[in-house]
Each structure stands twice: as structure tokens, then as C-alpha cells.
Design a protein around this ligand. Structure first.
Ligand SMILES: Cc1cc2nc3c(=O)[nH]c(=O)nc-3n(C[C@H](O)[C@H](O)[C@H](O)COP(=O)(O)OP(=O)(O)OC[C@H]3O[C@@H](n4cnc5c(N)ncnc54)[C@H](O)[C@@H]3O)c2cc1C
Ligand code: FES
Length: 512
């Protein structure tokens, strides 16, 4: 569905989802066995399942909603080892060897994607592109110089520049040659087709809600069915099962926004990102007989910051300052997690659980990192080792016993808060269609939203993960958690994040 102007009469929808068929894999309706259970059907889950099936293993992908509609369906899909400014920092903090592993894994992923797309003849708008990180601030010039040196020392083809092929002046930029871009859903839908059969399955609309460690590992779904497997990969973006790895305390979620526009001028090619705030990102993609320009940026921590729709307005202003915009067709947003040292957690979920694997914390660079993660996990499962395992090792920080105390305290607080909150909800709240409010009721907070048909939806805005209070996201019409990024519809259903239970809802109590 196309958005013809900036009044945004339609809800946000990514171009990637709007331009591809939706999927209809069955839901799991009985117990099933597999060699590897994979929780989540995004880039990581689908790639890992495809690679493991190629190794003659039986894989079962369990997807809560529909595959490739999470972060991967809402990405900007630049395929690059240039992750803004990272290599100078990595060398400083982790040393040359680990920085080299990170660079190699991401460079390998670009070539791997190109070869697989060629081998399988996947029509997914893949093209090689140059990637640029640029600054318009004097303060970042030195950092860009350092980054070019660091990247070059690691064997990456980095070039220092003072001009871009874009219509504005800059102070400095770093260019990586031989990077790429694609249409992520066209690519992954083609891989997904090869997964079912010979004992392997994709199950959609099947949320994993309970997990029992051991050999084999057992995953229990919302409807109570079991997936019993020798190994399990948690590819659910935020790991649906933490196994005492305390992932919620070791990552934070950040949202960003994107617009797909049509401009009068021809896009000069290349993929761009700013070194400084406000974050701005550009790339193009083929569209009908011409092209769409994807304008991204405006990051903030989930559930925090100003009214979320201002981010779309800021991006549209930047788009109009940069190009002669003739149409704004799509807009969307999503979130990704960043780890303590900015390197994803990929590998055994904890040192004590050899058959439970995780891949998370991609810091908005999941196309290459996620592909490398799927290859790494396939190698750990099939061969027991991977040359990239040390840099991505999820156990590189030992869990602090204080963190455990923090969880226990929070769970208790949540238990206290939830009791009785929705027993009665005030009927005299003024709420216009499309408006949301948090009301204080008997000392408790209830979230109200009136939809465009006039119906009011009331939910308990205590996050079901660990009891933080949710905030309203006006751009996406959702209740978002400022603590670890769980998001819920205004009816209380889970959209994403660590929460495994829906919000308590007030049903029709407020409606005539
Ligand atoms: C705005 C933005 C732009 C980005 N642009 C780029 C870019 O240009 N280049 C780049 O490299 N990276 C980019 N990224 C990052 C990249 O999109 C992500 O890192 C990547 O898509 C994550 O893939 P994933 O498979 O881990 O997660 P997802 O694609 O979110 O897949 C996880 C799946 O697990 C499912 N799931 C969750 N819980 C359960 C459960 N309990 N049971 C069953 N299923 C469950 C979800 O429904 C979802 O389908 C961007 C990120 C953002 C936020
Ligand atoms: S996501 Fe952890 S408390 Fe909400």
C-alpha cells in the first residue's frame, strides 16, 4: 500500500514488506523432534536453518508471527563491514586479533551473500556499492582519520575523502569499496523455500514461551506443544531464553526511522551514514522503472525521548533539504540491541550450556553480522569450532551476582504493581480518536487508547518482562518499554522484545 503524501494517513509499512508476498507456513499443532530448533525467523534464523539443512540436519524454525517481518523486515539492508566508526575503538579495546576477526567475519559475509545469491539465482536487487561514513563537524575529522588508518591496518579497503557525490558539503568521510545492498525479504524468502521437507519445518504464529535445558533441549510453545531438539538457536532478536546470561542487563534497545522517497534528481549511488548526531543514512533501491531513495536516521532508546512521530517529520525535512522530493511512498521504523562493547553476542548462550546458542546485539549492523552469526553457529554445531568465535563469545563478561539480585527485586515489584490494577477503570476520561493517555487509577497506571472507530482500549502498562512502566509510541501506536525494549499493541499483544506474556487488558469495559 503506498503512502502518497506526508499526512501519513496510513500506518507505517516498510517497502520490503509492501513489495513482497506474505508467507503462510503452518502453526505447530503437535509435538515435534529435530536436530536443531531455531527460535525466530529473521535473517539469523532463516540463514542458520538454510545452512544447517544443507548439512543434512533436521531443523525446526519456530516463529511467533510471520517470518522476516521483525527487524529484518524493517531494516535498511546495507551489506557492509563499515559499521560507522568501529575499528579504531575495537583495536583500542580488544586488540588487533579480535578486531581482525570482526573485520574478516563481516567481509566474508558480503562475499558469502553475493555467491549464494548468484548460485541460487535469487532476484533480490543485490548490487555492489561504496559505503561512506561522513561528518559535517570539525570534531569528528580526527576520528575519521583514525578510523581510516585502523581499517587499513586490518586489511579493509578504506579511503579518506573531503567530498561526497551528495549535494551538501562535508568536513571528512571514509569510503569502503566493494560493499553491497539488497532487498532483504526477496533474498530470505528464497532461502526459506528450501527449508521445509525431509524432517525440517518452518512453523509460523507459534511463539516459544518456555524452555527446558538439557540434552535434548525442550521448547514449549504458547499452545503447549513441544519442540525437542539436540541443539537450540535463539535467533529471536532479543533472546527469548536467557539461560542466566543476563542479556537484558548487557544490551540496550534503540529505535531508528526510515522513509522511502522519490526524487527528481538521479541518486548518485553509494550508501551513506553520518558519524555524528543527528544520525542520517542514505541508500537507494530499484523501484518500478526508477528508484526509491531510503532516508534513515533519528535514533533513540526505545520508550524514551520525544513524541515518536517527530522523528518522521525530522527525516522528511532532511529529505527535502537534500533532494527535490516528488513523493514519499513508505515510512517505517524498528529497533536493534547494542551490547556493552558494541560487538554482538554470538555463540553458546553461557559457558555452561553447550547445546544452546544465541545471536543478538547487532547494533543496526545485522545484515553482515547476522549472516556471519548464522555461519558461525552452523560451524559450532557441525564442527565444534569457528575462527570468529572468540570475538563474538557471549560469555566474554561474567555475570555479576548483583545483577541476579536486581532481577529478583524487580520481579517482586512487578508482582506488587500488577495486582488489582485493572479491576475498575475510570469511565470519565476525555480521549479523542487516535489519542492515548495514561491515567492514574487508585494509584496505578492504566494506558488508554481510543481508535478511529471510537473504541477505547485499556491495558495495564506494567511491562510483563520485569515490571517497568510502558510509554506511548504515537508513531507506531504501541506501548513501548524503556527498560529492555519490549513493545505491545494497544490491545496488549506482544510486538517484540523480551516479554513473553501479553499485557492484561481492560477489554470492552470502557465501551458502550
Ligand atoms: C532502523 C534500522 C536500520 C537498520 N539497517 C541496517 C542496515 O542497513 N544494515 C545492517 O547490516 N543492519 C541494519 N540493521 C540491523 C538489522 O536489521 C538487524 O540487526 C537484523 O535484521 C536482526 O535480525 P534478527 O534475525 O536477529 O532479528 P529479527 O529479524 O527481528 O528476527 C527475529 C524473529 O524472532 C521472532 N521471535 C521473537 N520472539 C520469539 C519467540 N518467543 N518465539 C518465536 N519467535 C520469536 C520475531 O517475531 C522475529 O521474526 C538496522 C536496524 C535498524 C533498527
Ligand atoms: S522489557 Fe524488560 S521490563 Fe520491559
Amino acid at each position: 500500500m503506498e503512502q502518497k503524501n506526508e499526512t501519513w494517513s496510513q500506518p507505517p509499512q516498510p517497502y520490503w514488506i509492501a513489495s513482497t508476498e506474505s508467507t503462510s507456513y503452518p502453526a505447530l499443532d503437535q509435538d515435534v523432534k529435530a536436530d536443531v530448533a531455531i527460535i525466530g525467523g529473521g535473517l539469523v534464523g532463516i540463514t542458520a536453518a538454510y545452512l544447517l539443512k544443507r548439512e543434512n540436519l533436521r531443523v525446526v524454525v519456530v516463529e511467533a508471527d510471520r517470518i522476516i517481518q521483525g527487524a529484518t523486515g524493517h531494516t535498511t539492508a546495507k551489506i557492509t563491514a563499515q559499521h560507522a566508526l568501529i575499528y579504531h575503538k575495537l583495536i583500542q579495546h580488544l586488540g588487533m586479533e579480535k578486531a581482525r576477526q570482526y573485520a574478516e567475519a563481516n567481509e566474508y559475509a558480503i562475499n558469502f551473500l553475493e555467491e549464494l545469491i548468484r548460485e541460487k539465482e535469487i532476484d533480490c536487487d543485490f548490487s555492489r556499492q561504496e559505503a561512506y561514513v561522513y561528518t559535517q563537524s570539525d570534531q569528528y575529522i580526527q576520528q575519521i582519520e583514525d578510523e581510516v588508518k585502523a581499517a587499513s591496518n586490518l586489511g579493509l579497503k578504506a579511503v579518506y575523502l573531503e567530498e561526497l557525490p551528495l549535494p551538501f558539503a562535508i568536513k571528512a568521510a571514509e569510503r569502503f569499496d566493494g560493499q553491497a545492498q539488497f532487498h532483504p525479504r526477496k533474498y530470505l524468502l528464497a532461502l526459506a523455500k528450501d527449508i521445509p521437507g525431509d524432517g525440517s519445518h518452518i512453523f509460523e504464529q507459534t511463539r516459544a514461551v518456555d524452555f527446558h535445558e538439557g540434552r535434548p533441549f525442550t521448547v514449549i510453545t504458547e499452545k503447549g506443544h513441544k519442540v525437542v531438539a539436540d541443539s537450540v538457536i535463539l535467533a529471536s532478536h532479543f533472546p527469548a531464553y536467557g539461560g542466566n546470561g543476563y542479556y537484558f542487563a548487557r544490551m540496550y534497545p534503540e529505535r531508528s526511522y526510515a522513509l522511502a522517497i522519490i526524487a527528481q534528481e538521479k541518486y548518485p549511488g553509494g550508501m551513506y551514514i553520518t558519524a555524528e548526531d543527528p544520525g542520517r543514512s542514505l541508500r537507494s533501491t530499484p523501484y518500478q522503472d526508477g528508484e526509491l531513495i531510503i532516508v534513515g536516521g533519528e535514533h533513540h532508546k526505545t520508550g524514551q525521548g520525544p513524541a515518536t512521530d517527530t522523528h518522521y517529520r525530522n527525516l522528511s525535512q532532511f529529505a527535502r533539504q537534500t533532494f527535490t522530493v516528488t513523493d514519499m511512498l513508505y515510512r517505517w521504523s524498528t529497533q536493534d540491541y547494542t551490547t556493552l562493547d558494541e560487538i554482538p553476542y554470538v555463540g553458546r548462550i553461557t559457558a555452561k550450556t553447550p547445546n544452546v546458542y544465541v545471536a543478538t546485539g547487532f547494533r543496526k549492523w545485522g545484515m553482515t553480522n547476522g549472516t556471519a552469526a548464522a555461519i558461525l553457529l552452523k560451524d559450532l554445531i557441525v564442527k565444534g569450532e569457528s575462527p570468529w568465535a572468540p570475538v563474538y563469545d557471549p560469555s566474554r563478561f561474567e555475570a555479576d551476582p548483583m545483577i541476579k539480585k536486581f532481577i529478583t527485586t524487580n520481579v517482586n515489584v512487578a508482582g506488587q504493581m500488577i495486582g488489582g490494577k485493572l479491576k475498575s477503570v475510570p469511565k470519565d476520561v476525555e480521549l479523542a480518536p487516535g489519542e492515548a493517555k495514561v491515567v492514574d487509577h487508585d494509584g496505578n497506571k492504566v494506558g488508554l487508547y481510543r481508535d478511529n472507530k471510537g473504541k477505547v482500549h485499556a491495558v495495564d502498562i506494567t511491562c510483563t518482562h520485569m515490571g517497568c512502566e510502558l510509554t506511548w509510541n504515537a508513531a507506531e501506536l504501541s506501548w513501548d518499554c524503556p527498560c529492555h525494549g519490549s513493545r505491545f499493541t494497544y490491545e496488549g499483544n506482544i510486538i517484540e522484545g523480551p516479554a513473553l506474556k501479553t499485557l492484561r487488558s481492560g477489554g470492552d469495559r470502557l465501551n458502550p
